[in-house]
Design a protein around this ligand. Structure first.
Ligand SMILES: O=P(O)(O)OC[C@@]1(O)O[C@H](CO)[C@@H](O)[C@@H]1O
Length: 302
């Protein structure tokens, strides 16, 4: 199975609001609540593609129970480690013209003992994993080097890790020698010294230990800097919709290619098409199957 790690799991609330008035009352057209956090979204997409997945991470309080209940309802196998503090809620306000504003709470305070317990559970789950995806923000109390440690532990078990992180967690991640690090262009720019081109930034992360680096560029596609060379994927057209979760869908495609041993061009085509298909779906964690099938063959890889 593919293991996904979401230390800062969330209850994702999505409001559809035709037009936002920042000084007045906004009437919400529809409300959608579901378990989220980046690793949960990755697992949803992989599950939708028929892959065996297991969701792990931390969950606490009534919001944690709502997350568990939603994963159960979605048929997603889980092994969440309980914590005393309450898990967070995130709010995405999606406007009529596409795009969405995100309001992400920082998340619960996690104790050292809880993190140690997570490490124990994680090590035992690695025994059954073909690959692990570690993604999203860190809740409070979790050191910035944690993703690097989780990736290193996976490598000790012979399990390739994909890390999708931002800030200090991204800067530390390469030390754990992950198979793939996946920042977007802004996250990369924040994490490495000033560089002229995303490929140079990616090379910096590779020099620090990451085997491959995939830089997502939204509707511009992606760059992948790998031991087999540097690739660029270009999208054939612009897909309208809610980009929240598109990066997670792209990561699901990378994980799929990794476990299937697909060649990089094919891996990137799948990843880029899944990212586009997620934009066409209204809620993070979903993807539009028609858009996926239509876009996949049209993605240009150079
Ligand atoms: O605050 P983080 O952990 O960076 O991101 C959390 C989050 O905004 O990312 C997903 C979209 O990628 C949402 O479903 C989710 O809750």
């Amino acid at each position: 199975m593919i293991l996904t790690v979401t230390l800062n799991a969330a209850l994702d609330v999505t409001y559809q609001v035709p037009e936002i008035d920042w000084t007045g009352v906004n009437r919400v057209r529809s409300v959608h609540r579901r378990a989220g956090g980046k690793g949960v979204n990755v697992a949803r997409v992989l599950h939708g593609l028929g892959r065996e997945v297991l969701v792990t991470g931390l969950a606490g309080g009534p919001v944690g129970r709502a997350i568990e209940a939603d994963l159960e309802a979605a048929g997603l196998p889980r092994a969440l480690v309980p914590i005393a503090a309450e898990s967070r809620t995130t709010l995405a306000v999606a406007g009529g013209g596409g795009g969405a504003a995100l309001f992400n709470e920082p998340g619960p305070e996690v104790s050292e003992a809880e993190l140690r317990e997570f490490g124990r559970v994680y090590a035992s789950l690695l025994e059954r994993a073909e690959a692990v995806v570690i993604s999203g923000s860190l809740p409070r109390g979790v050191p910035a080097g944690t993703y690097a440690e989780l990736a290193a532990l996976a490598a000790e078990h012979g399990v390739p890790a994909i890390v999708d992180a931002d800030g200090a967690a991204l800067r530390h991640a390469p030390v754990g020698r992950p198979a793939i690090v996946k920042p977007n262009a802004e996250e990369l720019a924040r994490a490495v010294p000033p560089h002229g081109h995303p490929v140079e930034g990616a090379e910096h992360l590779r020099a620090r230990g990451a085997e491959s680096v995939v830089v997502s560029l939204g509707e511009e596609g992606l760059y992948a800097v790998t031991p087999e060379g540097t690739f660029r994927a270009r999208m054939p057209y612009r897909v309208e919709g809610n980009p929240t979760g598109a990066g997670d869908s792209l990561v699901a495609g990378l994980a799929l290619g990794l476990v299937e041993g697909a060649a990089w061009p094919e891996r990137l085509r799948t990843a880029a098409a899944l990212g586009a298909a997620a934009v066409a779906a209204p809620v993070a964690g979903d993807f539009d199957r028609d858009v996926y099938a239509r876009t996949h063959p049209l993605i240009e890889i150079t």
